[in-house]
Design a protein around this ligand. Structure first.
Ligand SMILES: [Zn+2]
Length: 245
C-alpha cells in the first residue's frame, strides 16, 4: 500500500503542471483599484445587473468556478462602445465592449474572449513594478517586452506584448476545456476578427498561427453545445437596443 502511494506521489510530481496559477499581488490589487476608479469616472459602463452585463458575467462565473485558487473574484464590466475590444486591469476585472458582445457568434466565442483575459491574470501579467502616471501596462494584459506595441484607451495607455498574448492564449485553452467549452472557439473568433479588419489585437496574424499550433492534433468538439439562456438574453437585449436606434 505504502509503495503504491509513493509511486502515485512520484507520478503526480512528474506530471508537468498546466501552469502555475499566479496569485494576485499587492501591486496588482492597488493598481487595479486606482484604474477602476479612473474608468468609473470617465467611461460609460452598463449598470451592474442589467441583462447584457449579467449574460457576460454568467460566462465569466462558469469559467471562474474552476479558477478560484488565484484568490481573484472574476468581474466583467461592459463598456458602451461599438469598437471590438476586450481587456483587463488586474485583480479579476475584465472589460468587454458592447461591440465585442455583438460580434461573438455564440457563447463559446464569448467564453474564449473572457478565458484569454483570465489567462493574463493567471500568468501573473499584472504583478509588475510601479509604472509612471497614466500608464497602465496591464490593460490588454501586456507589459513591455520585445515587440510590444502601445495604444490609447481613453486616457489610459495599453500595451500589447505578443509573448504575453501567446501565454494568455495557452492558458485560455485549458480554462475553456475545464469549463466545458471547446477551445477551438478561440481560433474561430480570432480568424473572424482578423477578417473583419478591426484594429482589435485578436487580428494579429502571429496570434492566429500560435492558436493553430496550440490546437494542432486536437480536433474540434463534434457536439455543438447550446448557448445558455443568459447568453441568449444578453444577445436579445442588444438586438432590441439596436432596433430602437
Ligand atoms: Zn491579450
Amino acid at each position: 500500500m505504502r509503495r503504491l502511494l509513493a509511486a502515485a506521489l512520484l507520478w503526480l510530481c512528474l506530471l508537468p503542471p498546466a501552469w502555475t496559477q499566479a496569485t494576485r499581488c499587492e501591486a496588482e490589487v492597488r493598481r487595479a483599484a486606482a484604474t477602476l476608479g479612473q474608468i468609473y469616472r470617465q467611461w460609460p459602463l452598463r449598470p451592474t445587473g442589467d441583462r447584457v452585463e449579467q449574460g457576460a458575467q454568467y460566462v465569466a462565473a462558469r469559467l471562474g468556478r474552476n479558477e478560484t485558487s488565484s484568490g481573484r473574484q472574476w468581474r466583467v464590466h461592459v463598456v458602451r462602445d461599438t469598437k471590438l475590444n476586450a481587456f483587463s486591469i488586474g485583480d479579476g476585472h475584465i472589460f468587454l465592449t458592447e461591440g465585442m458582445l455583438r460580434f461573438v457568434a455564440n457563447e463559446g466565442e464569448l467564453a474564449a474572449v473572457i478565458a484569454h483575459e483570465f489567462g493574463h491574470h493567471l500568468a501573473g501579467h499584472f504583478c509588475t513594478t510601479a509604472r509612471k502616471r497614466g500608464f497602465v501596462g496591464g490593460l490588454f494584459g501586456g507589459h513591455e517586452g520585445e515587440g510590444a506595441t502601445r495604444s490609447r484607451v481613453g486616457t489610459l495607455t495599453a500595451v500589447v506584448d505578443p509573448q504575453k498574448e501567446r501565454e494568455a492564449d495557452r492558458i485560455a485553452t485549458v480554462v475553456l476545456e475545464r469549463a466545458g467549452y471547446d477551445p477551438h472557439h478561440a481560433l474561430e473568433l480570432a480568424m473572424r476578427v482578423a477578417r473583419s479588419g478591426s484594429p482589435a489585437h485578436f487580428q494579429y496574424k502571429h496570434r492566429i498561427e500560435a492558436l493553430q499550433e496550440l490546437l494542432a492534433g486536437r480536433p474540434p468538439d463534434p457536439i455543438t453545445q447550446p448557448d445558455s439562456g443568459e447568453f441568449l438574453e444578453m444577445k436579445r437585449t442588444l438586438w432590441r437596443e439596436d432596433a430602437l436606434r
